[in-house]
Design a binder for this molecule. Structure first.
Ligand SMILES: CC(=O)N[C@H]1[C@@H](OP(=O)(O)OP(=O)(O)OC[C@H]2O[C@@H](n3ccc(=O)[nH]c3=O)[C@H](O)[C@@H]2O)O[C@H](CO)[C@@H](O)[C@@H]1O
Ligand SMILES: C=C(OP(=O)(O)O)C(=O)O
Length: 443
């Protein structure tokens, strides 16, 4: 079992390069299924566990995939199976994103139900409502759904009850090959939606309005594979911005896009960090003491829920009391009890956490309960006195490319070690010196 060990107290400095966005590349890979001719060549594809999982979903459908040096080639001329199996969907909810492309192209998709996950129940009713509005029949089996349409889907007017990122993406993909025009009202506006629309339009689709609350998709007859470069990961960028702030450091975050990070930049500036922006990225430097601020997570362009836990790690050491409200997911405060092991003083009531600042964080053994909670524990460990040992780091590997390597390059004392059950002595001998190789890539 691998763990991450951090010894805190070092101000980080230098340059870090941001990888392609996980949440953009997953729907784009799903969209590549729509190309009946040509090959999709997708660049800046991060070597993440989630990317390997969705690649396996496509392979299970008989689609040809090649991955090398962050370039993914997808040849979807033939789709031999129409199913996303449970073993893969349970690993990653975003596997459900293949439903829209499969249904749009083949008129049939059988997908295991993604179920809830650590951060909440995460229903898919809005995805299904969209498919049904376009004429699909939905049937629930034991642990899966089947969606089928007689002939092409039909364009429809769809109002989303919540601006769901996944539902917007799934409906957009399904609608590209529908007969007639589809409108999505109260659509999600995230930069990843815009990247997906750019990919689809490159393939020959007619998607207008992505990035606004009203998206219009005029169905076309056929889509083809194209070359596309994925946008940089705004959540990875935001996480390194906080790494600079929490260590009183100075980091240049190469590839970070200002427009995608407005709420994070604004909060960090309010707290007292200095942020300089140029066309290559964002420089963050921080004094030793920062001011406490309040925040509430909201759909884009509001403060991202995927940055809530990392921000909380910073608020714990800031001067004053902060209030954090989580409005998207009902169970996204699991990091709080892990932070408490590190001496944090946080009170949670419902969807609100009150954080006592000025905490002297102390290293402890903690557990990464989900992806961003894991990132937040690394950040807290960077600021803590002594050693923090983080387990269940497979969650972190879903979303951060070479996180220990990137932080080491910035001066952090961090590494991955192999632990064995009941081997405390081994823990003390191995520590940070034994850094393991990164996840192997698909050939
Ligand atoms: C792979 C990916 O891109 N994941 C991101 C995506 O997840 P995901 O696409 O799953 O998140 P959604 O935007 O769909 O969820 C937002 C809210 O809508 C609700 N909802 C969603 C769908 C539905 O059919 N019915 C419904 O009620 C959810 O329970 C949640 O409260 O957006 C989230 C919100 O920014 C991020 O935290 C995730 O990192
Ligand atoms: C919640 C996240 O991802 P997913 O939707 O894939 O679970 C995330 O990226 O923080």
């Amino acid at each position: 079992m691998e763990k991450i060990i951090v010894r805190g107290g070092i101000p980080l400095s230098g340059k870090v390069k941001i990888s392609g966005a996980k949440n953009a590349v997953l729907p784009i890979i799903a969209a590549s299924i729509l190309a009946k001719d040509g090959i999709s060549v997708i660049r800046d594809v991060p070597p993440l566990d989630d990317v390997f999982t969705i690649a396996k979903v496509l392979e299970a459908m008989g689609i040809n995939i090649r991955y090398d040096n962050e370039v993914l080639k997808v040849d979807a001329k033939q789709v031999k199976a129409h199913e996303a199996p449970y073993e893969l969907v349970r690993k990653m909810r975003a596997s459900f994103l293949v439903a829209g492309s499969l249904l749009g192209r083949e008129g049939y998709a059988k997908i295991s139900l993604p179920g809830g996950c650590a951060i909440g129940t995460r229903p898919i009713d809005q995805h299904l409502k969209g498919f049904e509005a376009m004429g699909a029949q939905i049937e629930f089996g034991q642990g899966f759904i089947e969606a089928r349409s007689k002939g092409r889907l039909k364009g429809a007017k769809i109002y989303l009850d919540v601006p769901s990122v996944g539902a917007t993406e799934n409906i957009m993909m399904a609608a590209t090959l529908a007969h007639g025009t589809t409108t999505i009202e109260n659509a999600a506006k995230e930069p990843e939606i815009v990247d997906l629309a750019n990919f689809l339009n490159g393939m020959g689709a007619k998607v207008r309005g992505a990035g606004t609350g009203m998206i219009r998709i005029e169905g076309v007859q056929q889509l083809s594979g194209i070359n596309h470069t994925v946008i940089p990961d705004r959540i990875e960028a935001g996480t390194y911005m906080i790494a600079a702030a929490i260590t009183g450091g100075n980091i240049f975050i190469e590839g970070a896009i200002e427009d995608h990070l407005t709420p994070v930049i604004s909060k960090l500036e309010e707290m007292g960090t200095t942020i300089l922006i140029n066309e290559k990225g964002i420089q963050v430097s921080a004094p030793t003491t920062l001011k406490a601020v309040d925040l509430k997570t909201l759909p884009y362009p509001g403060f991202p829920t995927d940055m809530q836990s990392q921000m909380m790690s910073l608020l714990m050491i800031s001067d004053g009391t902060s209030i954090v409200s989580e409005s998207l997911f009902e169970n996204r405060f699991m990091h709080v009890s892990e932070f408490e092991r590190m001496n944090a003083k946080i009170k949670v009531e419902g969807q609100t956490a009150v954080i006592n600042g000025n905490t002297k964080l102390i290293g402890a053994k903690v557990n990464a309960t989900d992806l961003r909670a894991g990132a937040a524990l690394i950040l807290a460990g960077l600021a803590a006195e002594g050693e923090t040992v983080i387990s269940d780091i497979h969650h972190i590997d879903r979303g951060y490319v070479n996180v220990t390597e990137k932080l080491k390059q910035l001066g952090a004392n961090i590494g991955r070690v192999q632990y064995h059950e009941n081997e405390e002595a081994h823990e003390h001998n191995t520590r940070i010196e034994r850094v393991l190789p990164i996840q192997p890539t698909l050939a």
